[in-house]
Design a protein around this ligand. Structure first.
Ligand code: FMN
Length: 155
């Protein structure tokens, strides 16, 4: 059976710990989507309209560069893509990642963490932006799920 790949972007560590938990529970491989320029606390200030994240997220077509991108996805049939919700949707560096590979023929499963927003708006946005890919139902996770919950969800 082929391994599952768990990819994620995390600015402040919440999604990272959830991704690590999922990978460990399902014995998957882990890959971090890293922006070339890390987001500082000031960059993440959503109260400030001039902060980097505010400016970037206002422009739907902006694609922040990734740090490295030598990942080979050819051996994976199922790929999870995790991210924090930013302004209701996935941070644009996730788009950079998705657009850097060909996920045709793969099963894509989104997951997110958030301050409260659900998954469906961000998930629909991904489906609409990349309609040719095989998206499965995603899930908002909190980090408080137990191993069984995570296994059942993936299965
Ligand atoms: C720029 C920015 C925008 C955010 N927008 C939302 C939002 O629209 N809805 C929400 O519930 N949480 C929002 N959050 C909170 C994050 O989704 C949440 O804290 C997440 O768990 C952080 O994950 P991370 O530590 O992996 O980066 C936002 C956070 C940032 C930094």
């Amino acid at each position: 059976m082929s391994k599952i790949l768990v990819t994620y972007f995390s600015a402040s560590g919440v999604t990272k710990s959830v991704a690590e938990k999922i990978a460990s529970v399902i014995n998957g491989d882990l890959y971090e989507i890293e922006p070339k320029e890390k987001y500082t606390d000031a960059d993440l200030d959503w109260h400030n309209k001039q902060s980097r994240s505010s400016v970037e997220m206002k422009n739907k077509s902006f694609r922040p560069e990734m740090k490295e991108n030598s990942l080979d996805i050819s051996s994976y049939d199922t790929i999870l893509i995790g991210f924090p919700i930013w302004w209701g949707v996935a941070p644009t560096v996730v788009n950079t990642f998705i657009e850097s590979k060909n996920f045709q023929g793969k099963m894509l499963i989104p997951f997110c963490t958030s301050g409260g927003s659900g998954m469906s708006y961000a998930e629909n946005d991904l489906r609409k932006t990349y309609p040719n890919y095989n998206w499965k139902e995603g899930k908002r996770l909190t980090g408080r799920e137990n191993d069984e919950d995570l296994k059942n969800w993936i299965n």
